[in-house]
Design a protein around this ligand. Structure first.
Ligand SMILES: O=P(O)(O)OP(=O)(O)OP(=O)(O)O
Length: 509
């Protein structure tokens, strides 16, 4: 099994032509009259899965590729996608005919997953195909060898009753054949700067499944970062950063497709998660080493914030209805918000297509993938953070947070609704830190402890919604004493919850 490292950018037919011309100079800088040796392939790929897409659920892609007279069976793992950079395990075998030969798969864990999928969910069958022409050339660039593939074609669903059963594909793939992965980022940067290409974190397989799978999509929430007590503090930082970036990428894909309220709210969660990460890991990755990156994310946040503000208000109104607060007078306000949301969504999607956004995302991906902070902090410190243990670090951080919460939320203190709301960002950060390090501790104890604090957060959010509702109604000249009563009740409930949560023994002790 080999590891594939490639950068993927989406393009248009016109841009692909321009890229091809430009590559002539890049591939032969010393002789611009020399032609690159492009090869054109017609690739037909059939992706297989069981009836309920068990392989997809385990993040495996199984396909047979027809490349001229050759049939190639490949199994790919989803691996890791950082920006548009993919790192995936790949197992490829030539087969004599267009028929799966799973016995050729050489990785024991893949064999087990494939067998289990078939045993539990029936035989493997074609789900979709990708048919495209690939113009491919290998160039030497900055001492590395890079295969450049320009793919244009279509994805089709097989025997499906899904309405929209085909989709165009047009992309540039840069695959590292030999040398340093930094070269992929350099080339990617040039392609974005010169041709406005867009980083693409969705594989063809992912697109195929989305096109041909009509099941409803559930909102994906941030969950525990996968760590063990053997993880170093540096590796823990990387895992947290990958989690945050992965969450961002996932919901960016969704937001590009539709004006989804949930996706906007989750994008905001990803931004907050990453902000918290910078402060929690400041002792590992010093702030000065990420000054530019934080500036980049601030810029991205600025472009996102209008959309988020509208989404948050719509969400508050929606949630209030769940609590029974329904007002005809607010319908015009809601409609205006919905309209503004659709407009701002388009503005944000346009921004996501700009080089400004894509270069920032590429810069962050590069920093994370190549661990560039090590260069800024010097060799000795770099060694230190690789040896630093995460467990004591995590315990210290959690203890520090608890002290802060005890100070602000002690049951001896009387808190107004505004006091709670002011403390909300800190509480959310605290819960996020629980996700950073939670894997290191007993799961049951952690869940129980977390639940108390999560309930407090939910009740503070309720207060926030009620205040918004009050103001919105006031603008319409309406008053509802029920809102006031609910606020008072919520304050009482919160006081009891604080008492209980603070009395519980922390799971890290
Ligand atoms: O040719 P590969 O193996 O890179 O695969 P692909 O058909 O380009 O698909 P993907 O989008 O998964 O790279």
């Amino acid at each position: 099994m080999s590891i594939e490292v490639e950068l993927k950018l989406s393009a248009s037919a016109d841009k692909i032509r321009q890229v091809k011309t430009w590559l002539k100079d890049v591939g032969h800088p010393e002789d611009s009259s020399a032609e690159l040796e492009w090869e054109q392939k017609c690739l037909s790929n059939t992706y297989y899965d069981t009836k309920n897409h068990r392989l997809r659920a385990t993040d495996i892609g199984l396909r047979i590729r027809k490349d001229d007279q050759r049939f190639i069976q490949s199994v790919k793992s989803a691996g890791r996608v950082v920006g548009g950079l993919y790192q995936r395990n790949e197992s490829e075998h030539d087969i004599p005919e267009h028929k799966l030969q799973l016995e050729l798969v050489d990785e024991p864990y893949l064999i087990i997953l494939l067998e289990e999928a078939e045993e539990e969910d029936g035989p493997l069958a074609p789900i979709f195909t990708t048919n495209f022409t690939r113009d491919v050339v290998t160039i030497d660039y900055e001492g590395a060898s890079v295969e450049i593939a320009l793919d244009q074609g279509q994805i089709h669903c097989v025997g499906s009753d899904v309405e929209d059963t085909s989709q165009d594909l047009c992309e540039v793939e840069l695959e590292l054949k030999d040398g340093d992965a930094s070269v992929l980022f350099d080339l990617g940067q040039k392609l974005i700067e010169q041709f406005d290409l867009v980083l693409d974190s969705e594989s063809k397989a992912e697109r195929g499944y989305r096109l041909c799978h009509s099941a409803p999509e559930y909102t994906k929430y941030l969950d525990l970062v996968n760590l063990t007590s053997k993880t170093s503090a540096e590796a823990a930082f990387e895992s947290v950063a990958h989690k945050g970036l992965g969450h961002w990428q996932y919901h960016i894909k969704k937001i590009k497709r539709e004006a989804s309220l949930d996706a906007v709210l989750q994008l905001n969660r990803a931004l907050m998660f990453m902000q918290t990460m910078y402060s929690v890991f400041a002792a590992v990755i010093p702030r000065h080493s990420l000054i530019h990156l934080r500036k980049d994310w601030r810029e991205i946040t600025k472009n996102f914030s209008r959309l988020f503000t509208i989404a948050e208000e719509i969400n508050w109104l929606k949630n209030s209805k769940l609590y029974g607060f329904h007002y005809e007078e607010l319908v015009p306000q809601e409609e205006a918000l919905e309209k503004a949301f659709v407009e701002e969504h388009q503005v944000f999607v346009d921004y996501l297509m700009t080089p400004s956004y894509n270069l920032r995302l590429l810069r962050f991906s590069r920093w994370l993938y190549l661990k560039e902070w090590r260069e800024t902090i010097g060799e000795a410190n770099a060694e230190k953070i690789q040896k630093k243990e995460v467990y004591p670090y995590a315990t210290k951080q959690l203890q520090h947070l608890l002290r802060d919460m005890k100070r602000h939320l002690s049951d001896k203190v009387t808190l107004s609704k505004q006091d709670y709301i002011n403390y909300l960002p800190k509480m959310t950060r605290t819960l996020d830190i629980g996700l950073f390090f939670g894997c290191l501790f007993d799961d049951r104890a952690r869940r129980e402890y977390r639940r108390g604090w999560a309930d407090i957060v939910a009740n503070i959010q309720l207060l926030q919604q009620l205040i918004y509702l009050e103001n919105a109604l006031e603008a319409e000249g309406v008053e509802d004493p029920l809102i006031d009563d609910t606020e008072t009740e919520t304050l009482v409930v919160l006081k009891g919850m604080r008492e209980e949560a603070l009395a519980r023994n922390p799971y890290w002790n």
